[in-house]
Design a protein around this ligand. Structure first.
Ligand code: NAG
Ligand code: NAG
Length: 401
């Protein structure tokens, strides 16, 4: 009780001091977003204070807040919702109640949360997946992969691919009445990273019989080797997600080494032998002029630190590092990017790379969008932007799956 009261008191004081931080003028529902941003930054600040004085780790505090928002598997008039497991990976399954003459379409959804937080049980994702099942008359699977920092990379990828492979078996597709030629994988933010990596793996693995028909990446994070892209610079103090916090969370995902975030902030975290990879994220060639603006390209400083972290060069952590020959086999892809997003340029560069090898891409850019907006579709954090993104994504899915 004492701790809760302390948290609440501290929150109020800090919230008041954060509320006047300006946000871009074209943001819809300006005051609501400003309050949301202040609340998020207050929680971050509190979490960092608690970590500093040794009460609990930053990520433990944030994770506590996320967990307040988990829902039970509640079936409704249209959809049967159950929590089950694929092999030993927890999943939430949405099966439409309507009778269907033909096998159904299916969507596997990998939630965001910076690899450290969240669940398909969060109100917003439960709502989105239920909505997808109902609107598309599709079978939907939300996957609860293990989270960092308890489980470092590549646990998140391994769980996601294991769940997907399990689902793609003939006997499982038959059990749920799914058409093997109409399967989509989707994900937002870090779930977008996992979606891109899992889709690359499924399409290129000759042993997997059924392939993915389409993939949807919603404001995805797609690389960790260059931490000084134009979008990182422009959104250093971004709405809800700042560059420093993004770096802190990615570091927690990759390694227990506490010097990694400092090196990433200076863009000096990559080893000498990674030089050949930078052509895959060279924004001077991969970003359209509109986003390059008058930013000056600075060569990354390599070999300044001695990380022998394989993860930094792994395409499962940075799907943008895949070679053209690996990208060629990718299915039709939807990429949604937001202007006010530190990872915006990852998505934009993936659009270019996929288009360069002839993969069909639909790209939608939201000029007044910001990172994580899909998480704000339900009260008390209801934003019109979240619903707009949902509707754009669902409408593409419906036409293409
Ligand atoms: C990135 O591209 C520019 C040309 O647009 C080139 O000068 C630079 O050397 C490239 N850097 C890397 C690391 O590939
Ligand atoms: C990296 O390793 C080399 C050789 O082992 C050593 O000389 C150098 O001081 C190390 N650099 C850092 C930043 O630790």
């Amino acid at each position: 009780m004492g701790f809760k009261a302390l948290c609440f008191g501290l929150f109020c004081v800090l919230f008041a001091s954060h509320i006047y931080v300006p946000i871009p003028g074209n943001i819809e529902e300006y005051w609501k977003v400003m309050a949301l941003d202040a609340a998020a930054k207050t929680c971050t600040f509190m979490a960092l204070c608690f970590e500093y004085i040794g009460i609990m780790r930053y990520e433990e505090f944030i994770s506590m807040i996320f967990k307040l928002d988990y829902t039970q598997p509640l079936s409704d008039e249209y959809v049967v919702v159950t929590d089950t497991a694929f092999t030993d990976i927890p999943v939430r399954l949405y099966l439409p109640k309507r009778k269907s003459e033909t096998p159904r379409r299916a969507v596997i959804y990998l939630h965001g949360g910076a690899y450290c937080f969240g669940s398909c049980k969060q109100t917003a994702f439960d709502f989105l997946n239920r909505w997808t099942a109902n609107k598309l008359d599709a079978v939907v699977v939300g996957v609860d992969y293990r989270l960092a920092p308890q489980h470092l990379f590549p646990a998140q990828f391994e769980d996601s691919i294991a769940a997907v492979k399990f689902f793609l078996q003939d006997k499982i597709l038959t059990k749920y009445g799914v058409d093997p030629t109409r399967i989509c994988i989707s994900g937002d933010s870090s779930g977008g990273t996992l979606t891109a990596a899992v889709t690359q793996e499924v399409q290129n693995d000759l042993e997997i019989k059924h392939k993915i028909k389409i993939q949807a990446l919603l404001y995805p994070h797609l690389q960790i080797i260059d931490s000084y892209l134009p979008s990182h610079r422009e959104n250093e103090h971004g709405i809800v997600l700042t560059r420093d916090i993004a770096i802190k969370l990615v570091s927690l995902y990759l390694s227990k080494d506490e010097t990694l975030p400092q090196a990433m902030k200076r863009n000096q975290h990559m080893p000498l032998e990674s030089r050949h990879l930078f052509k895959f994220v060279n924004w001077t060639t991969l970003l359209p002029k509109k986003y390059r603006k008058d930013h000056i390209y600075t060569e990354p400083v390599l070999g300044r630190t001695n990380y022998s972290l394989q993860a930094l060069m792994d395409i499962r952590a940075s799907p943008l590092l895949a070679k053209d020959s690996q990208l060629q086999n990718l299915p039709s892809t939807y990429i949604l990017t937001c202007q006010y997003d530190t990872v915006r340029d990852d998505g934009l560069m993936y659009v270019s790379r996929l288009q360069n090898v002839g993969v069909q891409v639909v790209h939608e850019h939201i000029e007044d969008g910001f990172h994580g907006a899909l998480s704000y579709m339900r009260s008390p954090l209801y934003l019109h932007l979240g619903l707009r993104i949902r509707d754009m994504y669902i409408s593409w899915l419906d036409k293409n799956l």
